[in-house]
Design a protein around this ligand. Structure first.
Ligand code: HEM
Length: 196
């Protein structure tokens, strides 16, 4: 993956846990000081090794680590050169989720070797939808296609990060894993806008 992703993991660890923990993770992973150039490509195994060592050092399971890094990614991207692009993707969680392919397509000029994921949204007949006593007022199904495996929890964190960016509350649940004989992951995203 592009070094920008490794950089986000590094920033996440330093911001949340400090430099000492970061140095330990760096030492035990396959990464070196040179693995963080945003516009360079590195093997996915290097990124995986950073995540595995991060999970060990923070005493969390890999799923929780992926989720936390996903949530952090949105904050990180907002503060990067691509913050304006991300903001322009939409004002509501639904708008942003519906425009994710557009966002990654626009990034191809900056990251020519990008292997982007693909997302689409569909309506859901989830029982909570439109029930007056539901904590969440809206719901959609998010479909995630990827050439990479094992990133479901990263997506769960990313969606939470998007909700924060849009000042909305959300709950994300994995409905169908692509291991369950489908070619993609499907998430239920329940959400409501705080100023509704
Ligand atoms: C301006 C904001 C963003 C930038 C600059 C960006 C950039 C990138 C980059 C460089 C990669 C690595 C892919 C590769 O090296 O081949 C990536 C992967 C990914 N991005 Fe984005 N991204 C942004 C926003 C988002 C958002 C908001 C989501 C929300 C769902 C998202 C979902 C993902 C996922 C799931 C992957 C993993 C790749 C895979 O499944 O194969 N990205 N992105």
């Amino acid at each position: 993956m592009y070094g920008m992703v490794n950089r986000a993991i590094k920033d996440y660890l330093i911001t949340r846990y400090g430099n000492t923990l970061w140095e330990t993770v760096l030492q035990h992973s396959q990464a070196t000081e040179e693995s963080f150039l945003s516009m360079s490509q590195y093997p996915d195994e290097l990124t995986v090794s950073l995540l595995v060592e991060a999970a060990k050092a923070t005493d969390q399971d890999i799923e929780k680590t992926l989720q936390d890094v996903g949530e952090f990614w949105v904050e990180f991207a907002l503060n990067s050169n691509y913050g304006a692009l991300l903001r322009a993707t939409g004002n509501t969680i639904r708008e942003v989720l519906e425009n994710l392919d557009n966002l990654h397509s626009r990034l191809v000029s900056a990251f020519p070797e990008l292997t982007p994921p693909s997302f689409w949204c569909s309506d859901t007949r989830h029982p909570n939808t439109r029930q007056p006593d539901s904590e969440y007022l809206e719901a959609l199904e998010l479909h995630y296609f990827s050439q990479r495996e094992g990133l479901s929890n990263f997506v769960i964190g990313l969606v939470s990060g998007i909700a924060k960016m849009c000042n909305e509350d959300c709950r994300v649940t994995l409905l169908r894993n692509r291991k369950d004989l489908t070619d993609h992951d499907t998430f239920l995203v329940e959400y409501s806008t705080s100023n509704q």
